[in-house]
Design a binder for this molecule. Structure first.
Ligand code: SF4
Length: 490
């Protein structure tokens, strides 16, 4: 049957005239509709966040020989894997105990037993981090008891590290899942590893939920340049950016388990994201030997300066000349591109740490972060963002919206337009409707290639970001200007 014939058979539940459709299409772009949209309470449309276990899976993927294990529904597990695979364009190894109706009624212990036994015997992992979907959380499965029973029952070896985290998605986001899982992995691996008066002299880096492997490589490159030995915890850079050498590797990289175990004796631990490591860093501060610091993501010049100065202070190092030269190049690039970005209005959405970083960068460029939107955030974040906007003359008139979704964002773009949107792929519908370019930064980016490999942090990240933005504006000028303004040079 031809496609046209199939389409002809479709009958709408409610018939609307083309005039009615047109009327509503125009109405949803109005101030009146925006007010109704912002009064909405019981419905979320296109939220700019993912669910808890997805964040847990990012952590579980980032350790050597680690096999992420989903206790719950197969469909949820497929969603996590496919999201990572689409974003990174790499295989995302993970398994699931596929709970169905009987598990929901009788509990999921049998599923977990069989799943762990099979996962261990087939895939020979060195660690199996377990995390949950909504279903076992709703029925109250007791992971502590189930995993203890699985070991007592001989399903998996007693000494196989099996950290676990409860990650109910009806409460929290991928950031909470990341936080719970990395804390669980560190608690498991560092048990009995603390040695009085021992200091490895190393820096632990917790990158936070960051889908940009280029950022992780940038942190490592900076440490190498400053001659600071480090352990990157939950290091997904090789796992989700392995080369194509003709040989499939089930476990391509990740933090070595012995390094993670010894991380408790490090000289210092830094987290690069406040909002995805909140409870982990509280625990690290209490339990780990060395200093612990939560730093903002180093977007732009000032925040990168802050990172380098903190590292220099913690490890008694000088800032190397190569990094000073990089800074100078970034300042030069910002000056060169300033005229194309200065004064332009932007809408920004995404995870709190990313959004803070992007807003900082825009303010440095003299741009106006006009609409700032985070779909799950605390009052603390709102306060922090308001203070950041108030710290610059370019933040005047800009507004931060928390606990709003991308359908709210669409209303903002339609009634109070901006010149650019910065966020992940989920923003493309609103961007298309509003005819505003979307600069893809964040997670997931599943409709463009390789952006997850280009760092957006550090001095080099600032150059990449401003080049992407300024060049797009110049493209638009060339594509849309009248003939007399079409210039060779811009
Ligand atoms: S929100 Fe719950 S049910 Fe939906 S994919 Fe996430 S874990 Fe599964």
């Amino acid at each position: 049957m031809s496609e046209a014939a199939v389409v002809e058979k479709v009958r709408n539940v409610t018939e609307h005239t083309s005039e009615e459709v047109e009327k509503v299409k125009n109405w949803i772009n109005t101030e009146e509709y925006k007010e109704k949209n912002f009064a909405r309470e019981a419905l979320v449309v296109n939220p700019a966040h993912a669910c808890q276990p997805l964040g847990a899976q990012m952590v579980a993927s980032g350790f050597e020989g680690s096999l992420p294990f989903v206790h719950g529904s197969q469909g949820c597990a497929s969603y996590f894997r496919s999201t990572f695979t689409r974003h990174f364009r790499e295989p995302s190894a993970a398994t699931c105990d596929a709970m169905t109706e009987d598990g929901a009624v009788f509990g999921g212990q049998n599923n977990l037993f069989e799943g762990l036994e099979n996962a261990y015997s087939i895939y020979k992992p060195k660690m199996i981090p377990v995390y949950t979907t909504c279903m076992p959380e709703v029925i109250g499965d007791d992971l502590t008891a189930f995993i203890r029973n699985a070991k007592n029952d001989g399903r998996i070896p007693e000494d196989l590290p099996t950290p676990y985290a409860n990650t109910p998605s009806f409460n929290g986001t991928h950031l909470h899942g990341y936080d719970s899982m990395i804390k669980a992995v560190l608690q498991n691996l560092t048990t009995d590893q603390k040695v009085e008066d021992k200091c490895t002299g190393k820096l632990n880096i917790i990158p936070g939920f960051d889908g940009n492997v280029g950022n992780l490589r940038e942190y490592k490159r900076i440490c190498d340049m400053m001659d600071i030995p480090y352990t990157m915890l939950a290091d997904i850079s090789d796992v989700f950016d392995s080369g194509c050498d003709g040989e499939y590797k089930m476990y391509p990289g990740g933090t070595k388990l012995e390094d993670a175990a010894d991380s408790i004796n490090a000289k210092a631990t830094i987290s690069m994201q406040k909002y995805s490591t909140t409870s982990t860093m509280k625990w690290v501060g209490r339990e780990f030997s060395g200093a612990s610091e939560i730093l903002p993501m180093p977007f732009g010049i000032k925040k990168t300066d802050d990172l380098l100065l903190k590292l220099a202070e913690l490890f008694g190092k000088e800032i190397p000349a190569e990094l000073k030269a990089e800074r100078a190049r970034a300042v030069d690039a910002m000056t060169d591109a300033h005229q194309y970005i200065h004064g332009k209005k932007f809408a920004i959405f995404g995870d709190p740490d990313y959004v803070i970083g992007i807003v900082t960068f825009l303010l440095e460029m003299g741009a106006r972060p006009w609409h700032v939107l985070v779909s799950r955030a605390t009052k603390k974040f709102q306060k922090e963002m308001d203070a950041l906007l108030a710290s610059s003359m370019y933040g005047e008139g800009c507004t931060c919206y928390v606990n709003k979704d991308l359908w709210h964002m669409r209303s903002l773009l339609m009634t109070d337009p901006v010149e650019g949107i910065i966020g992940d792929t989920h923003g493309k519908w609103a961007a298309r409707d509003a005819k505003i370019p979307l600069f893809r930064v964040g997670f997931p980016i599943i409709d463009r290639v390789n952006l997850h490999r280009t760092p957006v942090v550090g001095y080099n990240g600032a150059i990449s970001l401003l080049s992407m933005i300024a060049n797009k504006f110049l493209d638009i000028t060339d594509e849309t200007c009248e003939d007399q303004w079409f210039e060779m040079m811009r």
